[in-house]
Ligand binder design. Structure first.
Ligand code: ATP
Ligand code: MG
Length: 397
């Protein structure tokens, strides 16, 4: 790869319909700056539908490329060479950019967003194409070239690049408000959180544990999962909520087949209380229709009714195999498959109800003072903050 001090960042214009453009771009700019801050960048500039990241001379370039791949809202990005906006200067820079690189076929793809430049895109393609052909002996191939030389003309300069890297897509985290995600240390809920984050939502995590009844392993695993997911939103809060007391109250009045449903209702109530505290507007779960007993439609209905906020279930219709693939890609799979005891397997013998009777659920439910139990659980919660970098780690000049 050529030496470079700038990176061009492109995003999908379709995301920008209506009045959201300014919000989207501001947030994207901020998120890029945050994501790259530990690695030595000088600035991020917004220029006509794209951004230019300028690097410090000693910047950690491989780390920067890796971190950019995790910034939601980016369609693609590329290390660039910049040239003055004159055709001779562009030509010289293109040849420098190619260096002694060998290729047998190529095309030039010019985008001109500054119409005051005297040549149109086709003319630039032709002139630069001829120069590259003369210098390298490679032939022009417009349909299946080995190398595409991109030239973008904007803002009184020209950017040249040949290495296009895919971005993560989605929308910049923070543009869509906040949601509370119920995070177990299983495979599904980390993937569900990831998918909603990718739609621009800042996630607050809640995890329910039954320590000391269950070991601390699920708590530790959840913290490791949040650390991984935090790489996409840079600042996360995790509520570790003790659930044992509430669970014991449930088991004292609810027969075994209905306990999982009651646990789930309790979890939603607690998650909603956290959401209200942070002005979050939705809940997120890793539920997947018919995957386990609590996720049949009758049971989902019986669980759902205690929440007033919308519950987002981004995995509802996915196959397990797709979810596992995604978990591997994100890097949470290994942690999720480490052994742990799940709080919901506590006090639950063999056969849970799969077709909950709503009337029965409500009768059982009415025996408990949920408001107080919720309040006590949340007051006893441990809240952990996760930050993408510590101040002393930054290399910024
Ligand atoms: P996961 O793989 O996410 O644990 P699952 O397939 O095991 O999901 P369940 O155990 O029925 O399914 O849980 C359904 C959803 O309830 C989870 O995806 C998660 O959102 C939430 N949940 C379950 N247990 C907990 C917990 N201990 N703390 C927080 N949320 C939980
Ligand atoms: Mg689970």
């Amino acid at each position: 790869m050529v030496d470079y001090d700038q990176i061009i960042v492109h995003y999908h214009e379709v995301a920008l319909k209506g009045g959201n453009r300014d919000l989207f771009e501001k947030r994207l700019k901020r998120n890029i700056a945050t994501a790259l801050r530990p690695y030595g960048i000088h600035s991020v500039m917004r220029l006509r539908g794209r951004m230019i990241v300028s690097l410090n001379p000693n910047a950690n370039r491989p780390a920067i490329l890796e971190a950019l791949q995790r910034v939601f809202g980016i369609a693609y990005f590329a290390p660039i060479s910049l040239a003055e906006q004159r055709i001779e200067a562009i030509q010289r820079r293109v040849l420098e950019h190619l260096g002694d690189r060998r290729f047998t076929s190529f095309k030039v793809d010019t985008r001109r967003s500054q119409k005051s430049f005297p040549m149109n895109s086709m003319e630039v393609n032709r002139v630069i194409g001829a120069a590259v052909q003369a210098a390298t002996g490679a032939r022009v191939d417009l349909t299946d070239p080995e190398l595409t030389i991109h030239i973008e003309i904007f803002d009184n300069q020209a950017a040249i690049f040949t290495e296009k890297l895919s971005g993560a897509g989605g929308l910049p985290v923070g543009t869509g408000g906040k949601a509370v995600s119920l995070l177990s240390s299983g495979i599904d809920s980390p993937v569900a959180s990831f998918k909603i984050m990718k739609r621009g939502i800042q996630i607050i995590f809640v995890h329910f544990h039954s320590v000391p009844y269950t070991s601390v392993a699920s708590k530790d695993n959840v913290e490791r999962i949040v650390e991984i997911l935090n790489q996409y939103q840079y600042h996360s809060r995790l509520y570790l909520i003790p659930f044992l007391e509430y669970q014991q109250r449930i088991t004292s009045v609810v027969p075994a087949p209905y306990r999982v449903i009651m646990y789930r209702r309790a979890m939603l109530r607690m998650a909603e209380a956290v959401a209200l505290r942070h002005k979050a507007l939705a809940l997120v779960t890793g539920e997947n229709v018919a995957q386990v007993a609590s996720q049949t439609l009758p049971n989902m209905r019986a669980i759902n009714e205690v929440a007033s906020l919308p519950i987002l279930r981004p995995l509802a219709g996915d196959d397990k195999i797709e979810i596992i693939e995604k978990a591997r890609e994100i890097g949470t799979y290994e942690i999720s498959t480490a052994p742990y005891e799940d709080c919901c397997s506590l006090f639950v013998p063999g056969n849970p109800e799969t077709r909950a009777n709503l009337k029965r659920v409500r009768e059982l439910d009415a025996q408990l003072d949920h408001d107080t139990l919720v309040k006590e659980a949340i007051e006893a919660a441990e809240v952990k903050e996760f930050r993408w970098f510590k101040e002393e780690e930054t290399e910024t000049a």
